[in-house]
Design a protein around this ligand. Structure first.
Ligand code: BG6
Ligand code: MG
Length: 214
C-alpha cells in the first residue's frame, strides 16, 4: 500500500487555469494576437518560460532572453493580481476532504507543482498545514515532464518512489510521474491522460463515501 501521496496543485487542488488563461490572453492581446482557450490547454502543467515560448510561437513572434523574461514577469504580475483575490471557495470539490482523509490514515503528503506561486496559493486557501512537504517551481531545475519535482518530493517525505502515488491533471505531469517510477492517478479526461494507472474526474470521486457503488 502507498505511504506517500504527491499532489499537483493547478487543476488538481485548485482551478487556477482560468487565471493563467486570463493573464496569458492579456499578454497576447497586448502583443497584437489572439489566444484561445484551446491554445491554453497546451500550457497546462508547463513551466512559465516554456508556456511563454509556446504562446510566442502561436503569435509568430521572436524575442531575446531579456525581453522574454520581462514578458513572463508581466504575465506573472497579472496572474498574481487575479489569484490574490482567490479564497477557499475555489478549492476543487473534495480536495480538502480527501487531503484530510489521507492525513487521518497516516499518509505522508507532498505538493509537487511546477508553479512558483504555489506556497502563496496554499496560504491563501488555508491548506498549507495539510502538507508535510512542498516542492514547487522554486525548488527544481527541470520542469515536468522531467521527474525531478516528484523525486524531490519523495525524498522530502523520506520514501522510495515506488511507495508514492501522484495525482496529476496534465499530460506532462503524468509523464513525469511515470518517469519517476510512481503510480499515477489522472484527474480529468482518460483520452488525454492515457499513461495514468487510472483516471477520475476529480478528487471527490476518491472519497470513501463516493467509492461504495463503484
Ligand atoms: C503549472 C500550471 O502548475 O504551473 C501551468 O499548470 C503554469 O499552467 C506553471 O504555467 C507555472 O506556474 P507559475 O505560477 O510559476 O507561473
Ligand atoms: Mg496541473
Amino acid at each position: 500500500e502507498a505511504r506517500g501521496m504527491i499532489f499537483d496543485l493547478d487543476g488538481v487542488i485548485v482551478d487556477t487555469a482560468k487565471y493563467h488563461y486570463l493573464a496569458w490572453k492579456r499578454l497576447a492581446e497586448e502583443l497584437g494576437f489572439a489566444f484561445s482557450e484551446t491554445d491554453n490547454e497546451r500550457l497546462k502543467g508547463v513551466s512559465r518560460m516554456r508556456s511563454l515560448d509556446i504562446l510566442l510561437k502561436i503569435g509568430g513572434m521572436v524575442f531575446d532572453d531579456d525581453a522574454r523574461r520581462r514578458l513572463a514577469e508581466k504575465k506573472n504580475l497579472w496572474y498574481v493580481e487575479y489569484i490574490s483575490r482567490m479564497d477557499k471557495s475555489e478549492i476543487l470539490p473534495g480536495a480538502g476532504d480527501y487531503l484530510g482523509y489521507l492525513r487521518g490514515r497516516g499518509k505522508r503528503i507532498a505538493l509537487g507543482s511546477a508553479s512558483k506561486n504555489a506556497p502563496m496559493i496554499l496560504e491563501r486557501l488555508g491548506i498549507a498545514p495539510l502538507f508535510d512537504a512542498v516542492i514547487d517551481g522554486n525548488k527544481v531545475a527541470n520542469a515536468k515532464p522531467d521527474p525531478e519535482v516528484f523525486l524531490t518530493a519523495a525524498r522530502a517525505l523520506a520514501l522510495d518512489p515506488s511507495e508514492c502515488v501522484v495525482f496529476e491533471d496534465a499530460g506532462a505531469g503524468v509523464e513525469a510521474a511515470v518517469r519517476a517510477g510512481m503510480r499515477v492517478v489522472g484527474i480529468g479526461d482518460p483520452a488525454v491522460l492515457n499513461s495514468a494507472n487510472c483516471v477520475v474526474g476529480g478528487l471527490d470521486a476518491l472519497l470513501p463515501k463516493n467509492l461504495h457503488n463503484k
